[in-house]
Structure formats: structure tokens, C-alpha cells
Write a protein that binds this ligand. Structure first.
Ligand SMILES: Cc1cc2nc3c(=O)[nH]c(=O)nc-3n(C[C@H](O)[C@H](O)[C@H](O)COP(=O)(O)OP(=O)(O)OC[C@H]3O[C@@H](n4cnc5c(N)ncnc54)[C@H](O)[C@@H]3O)c2cc1C
Length: 384
């Protein structure tokens, strides 16, 4: 069945829910790549930089997607039919994910999976001042080489976790997050039992501990032998990094992806990395990688240029202090002038407002096609 149609007479019942507007804004701002994937998979339309894609309405039966191309002043509206019609907004996410899965399968791309997985903690220790490593026995289908493969962990597992927590944590429990994405830093076959039929997969998940927060408290509360669950899997979009001069921009939450990218780097050009940390001590995290010639071009990974930005440097925060985006652009410009390098591809993941500001600034600084500039939101700063 075709998921798209341009029929306007089709029965469509607009969903009435105040949260609908938030969904539309979020997808239009943060997920243009997915909209481009829908229109390519279901309508065979390949978009370019001049194409603007906008979801304009959510119906019980599907979504309206407007496609604005330079050639035409009026948008073309495509109706994207859900696989199963919905009755309320709570069902929207699942139908949107189902469409993504269908589109990705059609185009031969990896995408989000809704699958429960189980992990067992065998150790945890700090690998830099604020980065706590969880050493886990992982499911047998864990990907071994995909950098930036993230799991949505269920922070309510193990069920007895609440007894490890402080009273304050437990009483806050209902108001706080119950799920959190963390990236597979590395996964490998356990050498001890590599040749047995039931080869065990071991994995590292590195959690940035930054005070009294649900994700950090959960990670710290885990004890050896605890069984924890994940509910979804999300493969980061990194395919564009296989050629050309790449710029990677990461803070503590996305440094695990960058570390794994270096360990699996096959691109003949070494990347430039802008690493943003709140404390100078955590930059050492990136020095702690294991290069293996079976997985990467080791001599190229070793030549990666790391440009640190330490937030400690701006202790004297005043309204005239440069924003993170201004600091990134200043460092990048200085590097470009020193080396004459030309950036072809970008991957990065930061806080939501920093990501939005940086996206705009990098767009005008580098003028790259959309598919070559992937800047993701990994966390949200709450108003204090
Ligand atoms: C695909 C994906 C992969 C990710 N992989 C990792 C990973 O491997 N390791 C990892 O540590 N994180 C990772 N993250 C980010 C992680 O999910 C968020 O940092 C997490 O949501 C924070 O949860 P929390 O409970 O610690 O804080 P929240 O409940 O989100 O926030 C509580 C308070 O802490 C502040 N805060 C939150 N995060 C930060 C931060 N990074 N720096 C400073 N202040 C902060 C907020 O402003 C807020 O005031 C990933 C996110 C995504 C989307």
C-alpha cells in the first residue's frame, strides 16, 4: 500500500489536542531528515537544499506534509497515511515511528527500533572525573561497530532500584523522567568465551554525572548483578562521515559517540573534533580510546585534531560573555585560517537551544547541504 496520496477528498479527521502543535513544531524543527525520508520513500521525490518540508496537520488517519520547492510558489500537499489510524495523541508517536520504520526499510536504511532488551551490570567505574562507565552483559544482537547506537533505558529497572536510592530520589520519582537515552560506547564478544556457542556480548555505556538528576542517580544506584531494560534503539545518522573533511562537535553526552567514531574511523581524512566540557578533567575521556586496525584506519584516527572548549574558562559569566555558538565559530574560524582546511561534513549533538543556534550559525558559515550537516539534540536545559 502506498503511504502517500495527494487526494484531498480522503476522509480526514483533524486530531483535537493542544499537544498537537508541539509535535508539529518539534518535527518541523528537529526532524527534517525524516520528512525528507518519507517523501523519498513514499512519493519518490528526492529533495535538495532548496526544498522546505513542513508537517501542517495531524489527523486520526495520517499527516499532511507540505513540500515547498523553489520551482513553485505554492506548496504541494501530500497526505501520509498512518499504518493504523489513531484515536488520541498518545498513539501518535508509535504511528510516526511505524512510518519511519516502513520508509527506512524501503530505502534500505537503519532506523529506530521498538524492542525491549535486557542488560546485566557486571561493573561500574569512573573513566574520567564525571563519566561513569557501566560495564554490561548485552543482548546477542547488539551491534558491534555502529558508532552512536543508543538505547532508551528504563530508569525504573531493576524494579528494586528504588531501594538503592535516597528518600528524596524516591519521593521525586513520579515527577521525574523514567527513560533516558544512553549510547553504546563500545560492544565486543567476550574473549573468555568467544569460541563457545553462546558467545557473550559485553558493552560499555558511559553516563555523564552532573549532579542530582534522574539519569545520573539511576546509573549510580545500579549494583553488580542488576538487570536493566531498554525500550527502544536508535542508530545515529553517521553515514555521511565516510568521506570528506568531517567536523565533529560534542559535549559530554555525545563524546561516547565521538570516541566510538574514532575507533571505527574508515574515512581517509582525519576528523576535526570540537569537544565541549564543563570541566577540563573530562577532556581526558577522548584520550582513552582503543584503536584496532581491524575496525579503523589507526594512523588516521591518531591524527584527529581535538579542539577543546572548557566551560570553566568562562567562570566570569556576564551578559557580554560569548555564547557557546560564538565560541565554537570563533575556534573553528581560527582553525580554518591556520590550516586552510575546508569542512565538508558535520556531525554533532548538544543541548536543544545550543543546537538550534549552532545550526543557524554553521549553515551560514559552511553552507553545507542538509544531508551533510547533522546536528542533534541530546538534552534539554531546564529553567532554573
Ligand atoms: C540519542 C541520544 C544518546 C545519548 N547518549 C548519551 C550518553 O552516552 N551518555 C550521556 O551521559 N548522555 C547521553 N545522552 C543524553 C542523556 O539522555 C541526557 O543527558 C539525559 O537526558 C540527562 O538526563 P538527566 O536525568 O541526567 O538530566 P535531566 O532530567 O535531563 O535534567 C536535569 C537537570 O540537569 C541539567 N542537565 C541535563 N543534562 C545536562 C548536561 N549534559 N550538562 C549539564 N546539565 C545538564 C538540566 O538542565 C536539568 O536542569 C544521549 C541522548 C540522546 C538523545
Amino acid at each position: 500500500m502506498s503511504q502517500f496520496s495527494q487526494l484531498t477528498k480522503q476522509l480526514k479527521t483533524p486530531l483535537t489536542d493542544t499537544k498537537k502543535a508541539d509535535f508539529l513544531v518539534h518535527i518541523n524543527e528537529e526532524h527534517q531528515d525524516e520528512l525528507a525520508m518519507f517523501i523519498q520513500a513514499f512519493a519518490n521525490v528526492v529533495t535538495d537544499e532548496t526544498t522546505q518540508l513542513r508537517l501542517t496537520e495531524v489527523y486520526k488517519e495520517g499527516l499532511d506534509l507540505n513540500v515547498y520547492s523553489q520551482a513553485t510558489t505554492k506548496p504541494q500537499t501530500y497526505f501520509l497515511a498512518f499504518i493504523n489510524p489513531i484515536e488520541q495523541i498518545t498513539e501518535l508517536k508509535d504511528q510516526y515511528i511505524a512510518l519511519m520504520q516502513k520508509a527506512a526499510t524501503k530505502l534500505g536504511k537503519k532506523t529506530i527500533k521498538l524492542e525491549e532488551q535486557s542488560f546485566t551490570l557486571v561493573d561500574s567505574h569512573y573513566v574520567s572525573r564525571h563519566m561513569l562507565r557501566l560495564v554490561l552483559i548485552a543482548p546477542s544482537n547488539t551491534p558491534l561497530t555502529h558508532a552512536g547506537y543508543a538505547y532508551l533505558f528504563d530508569l525504573t529497572t531493576p524494579k528494586m532500584a528504588v531501594t538503592h536510592q535516597t528518600q528524596t530520589d524516591a519521593s521525586d520519582h513520579n515527577d521525574t523522567r523514567q527513560h533516558c537515552y544512553y549510547t553504546l560506547r563500545r560492544a565486543w564478544h567476550s574473549p573468555l568465551i568467544q569460541n563457545t556457542e553462546d558467545a557473550t556480548i559485553m558493552a560499555w555505556v558511559d553516563v555523564y554525572i552532573h549532579g542530582d538528576t534522574p539519569g545520573g542517580n539511576w546509573a549510580r544506584s545500579l549494583q553488580v548483578g542488576d538487570s536493566i531494560k531498554s525500550l527502544r534503539e536508535y542508530p545515529e545518522k553517521i553515514e555521511h562521515l565516510s568521506h570528506g573533511q568531517c567536523l565533529l562537535i560534542a559535549d559530554e553526552t555525545s563524546l561516547p559517540t565521538v570516541a566510538r567514531l574514532l575507533e571505527t574511523w574508515q574515512n581517509p581524512t582525519p576528523p576535526i573534533i570540537i569537544a565541549i566540557c564543563n570541566h577540563a578533567d573530562d577532556i581526558t575521556y577522548l584520550h582513552n580510546i582503543r584503536l584496532d586496525s581491524d575496525l579503523c584506519l589507526t594512523h588516521i584516527s591518531e591524527q584527529a585534531q581535538i579542539i577543546p572548549i572548557i566551560n570553566d574558562d568562562t567562570q566570569d559569566i556576564s551578559s557580554s560573555s560569548p555564547s557557546l555558538t560564538e565560541r565554537i565559530i570563533a575556534k573553528l574560524t581560527a582553525y580554518e585560517q591556520q590550516t586552510d582546511v575546508k569542512i565538508d561534513k558535520v556531525w554533532g549533538a548538544l543541548e536543544v537551544n545550543d543546537t538550534k543556534e549552532l545550526r543557524k550559525a554553521l549553515k551560514s558559515h559552511l553552507n553545507l547541504p542538509r544531508q551533510n550537516m547533522v546536528l542533534k539534540v541530546y538534552w534539554r536545559r531546564n529553567a532554573s
